[in-house]
Design a binder for this molecule. Sequence first.
Ligand SMILES: *[C@@H]1O[C@H](CO)[C@@H](O)[C@H](O)[C@H]1NC(C)=O
Ligand SMILES: *[C@@H]1O[C@H](CO)[C@@H](O)[C@H](O)[C@H]1NC(C)=O
Ligand SMILES: [Cu+2]
Length: 184
Amino acid sequence: MALVERAMVLSIVLVAMHISFSYAAVYKVGDSAGWTTLGNIDYKKWAATKNFQLGDTIIFEYSAKFHNVMRVTHTMYKSCNASSPIATFTTGNDTIKITNHGHHFFFCGVPGHCQAGQKVDINVLKVSPVASSPSPYSSALASPPTVPASNVPAPSSPSNAPPLKFIALKMIMGFWAIPFLVHF
Ligand SMILES: *[C@@H]1O[C@H](CO)[C@@H](O)[C@H](O)[C@H]1NC(C)=O
Ligand SMILES: *[C@@H]1O[C@H](CO)[C@@H](O)[C@H](O)[C@H]1NC(C)=O
Ligand SMILES: [Cu+2]
C-alpha cells in the first residue's frame, strides 16, 4: 500500500512539474500588431507583461521592406545608435531563441524607427524557480521514513516573487506530500 501511495505521489509530482516547466513559450513581439511603428505600440509595456524564460522563442514579424531587427548593447539601445549592431535580422519573420539570462536589447535599425519607439528589451530573469529554490517536498520524499513530519521544512517563500505557476506547483506538491508523510 505504501508503495502504491509513493508511486501515486511521485507520478502526480512529476506530472505537475512537467506541466509547469517543460513548455517553452513562443512570443510574437507586439502580439497581433507585430513589429511596427504604426499605432504607437508600447513594446516596453508589452514586454513587462511577459515572464520570459530560457528556451522561449521571440518572433519579430514585419514587412521586410520597411523594417528590420537589430540586437544591440544597452548603450546603443538607450541612444538608438544603429552603427554597430551585435546581430541584424531582415527576413520579416525572425525567430530568435532565448538562450541566455539577462537583457536582450532589440530595435529597428531603419533611421527614426527606434526613436519612434520600435525597440524592445527582452529580459530573462536570473531567478529560475527550478534551480534556485529546490522544493522541500522532493527531499522529504527521498529521505528515510524515520524523519518526523515536524522536521520537514516549511515551504519557503522566495524573496524574488516566483511566478504564480510555481506557487501553485508548491501547493500541489505540499498537498500530496501530507498524506504520504502521515502514512509513515
Ligand atoms: C554610435 O556608436 C558608435 C560605436 O559604438 C560610436 O562610435 C558613435 O560615436 C555612436 N554615435 C552616436 C551618435 O552616439
Ligand atoms: C513565421 O514563422 C513561423 C515559424 O517560425 C510560422 O509559424 C509563421 O507562420 C510565420 N509567419 C509568416 C507571416 O510567415
Ligand atoms: Cu522599423
